[in-house]
Write a protein that binds this ligand. Structure first.
Ligand code: SF4
Length: 327
């Protein structure tokens, strides 16, 4: 992330001490969003200012004069060294273009072949004995019938036993009963949905990725598939520029009443998004350190008492659910 650039500076300094004759190339989100800043501050010799895989490989080939295969290969999981859980990606990019997010601009939307994704999961569970797998896709459910459904069918057919998580949030609009049933059977234990707000003005201003009726329909589908409130957490975005923060409480209430647990998500200003330009009018955000969500929360003047109140509310919704389950 852009606001972790001091960590990158430190790492590059260390690398240069140990490998003084080597050139350091820097890729990733930070140089893709802020190439000039990265060039001036990171200490890297060469910046790779994009995330698109082909463009990255073209650049690396040019710099090193070595050919790089375009063949899709499994991630180097053997470097992890610890296998309590593993992250996985089955696609890059997103099909939506929300005003606070840069996913679509950073990477082309591209889904990896079903066999490749399923084999990676098989490899992780069989050869590394991974029991917890988190999907980090931004659009896991897009084209479900030709993507996630067959992946899940292969997981089930191969008798893979693992707990699956979706920390990046699932698209409410795309969830069909067939996928929900497959998810349940495959072993999804903690679903995260991305509603962000039940305020219709917010939804239409920020990209229209879903609406309240769709959310209610999706909740019915999840319950029919056998999921319960404790398995379903719904992101509730807080502190976007020109958001009425009182609407956050209403969104939390709406989510809980419809059978899920609300989870606060704090807005951070991301360069090259429409909302970044709005955040700029509120406080200085060009320095990457100020793009951190907690730093922005303070600098944008968010009322800290109200923040504590919202956090208390979040806790109450969570505890209320465990209490009601125990009685
Ligand atoms: S749906 Fe999610 S990942 Fe896609 S653009 Fe919107 S916030 Fe980003």
């Amino acid at each position: 992330m852009t606001y972790w650039y001091t960590g990158v500076q430190y790492t590059i300094r260390l690398l240069k001490e140990v490998f003084p004759a080597s050139k350091v190339l820097l890729g990733g989100i930070y140089p893709a969003l802020l190439p000039e800043h990265a060039e001036q501050n990171s200490g890297a010799d060469i910046i790779v200012p994009y995330q698109k895989i082909d463009s990255c490989l073209d650049k690396i080939e040019k710099v090193t004069s070595l050919p790089f295969s375009r063949e899709l290969k499994p991630a180097a999981y053997d470097l992890l060294g610890e296998y309590y859980y593993a992250p996985i990606l089955t696609s890059t990019g997103c099909v939506f273009d929300c005003s606070y997010c840069v996913s679509r601009k950073l990477s082309q939307f591209w889904q990896f072949p079903v066999e490749f994704a399923a084999d990676t999961i098989l490899d992780l569970t069989k050869n590394y004995k991974v029991k917890n797998i988190a999907f980090y896709d931004d659009a896991l459910l897009a084209n479900a019938e030709s993507h996630i459904d067959p992946i899940l069918e292969r997981i089930i057919q191969n008798g893979i036993k693992a707990n699956f998580y979706t920390p990046n949030g699932l698209h409410i609009r795309f969830l069909e009963l067939k996928t929900a049933l497959l998810m349940k059977e495959a072993g999804f234990v903690d679903l995260r949905l991305s509603l962000e707000s039940s305020d219709r003005g917010f939804q239409s201003k920020h990209g229209n990725k879903t609406g309240n009726e769709e959310f209610q329909e999706t909740m019915k589908i999840l319950y029919r598939a056998g999921f319960e409130k404790e398995n379903i957490r719904v992101y509730t975005l807080l502190n976007t520029p020109d958001q009425d923060n009182k609407s956050v409480e209403k969104s939390m209430d709406f989510i809980y009443k419809n059978g899920a647990i609300p989870m606060l998500a704090f807005y951070s200003p991301i360069p090259h998004t429409p909302d970044f330009e709005k955040a700029r009018l509120i406080t200085h955000v060009d320095e990457p350190l100020f793009q951190n969500n907690t730093v922005y929360l303070y600098r944008s003047g968010f009322n800290m008492d109200y923040l504590q109140y919202l956090k208390g509310l979040e806790k109450r919704y969570k505890n209320q659910n465990s209490l009601s389950k125990n009685f």
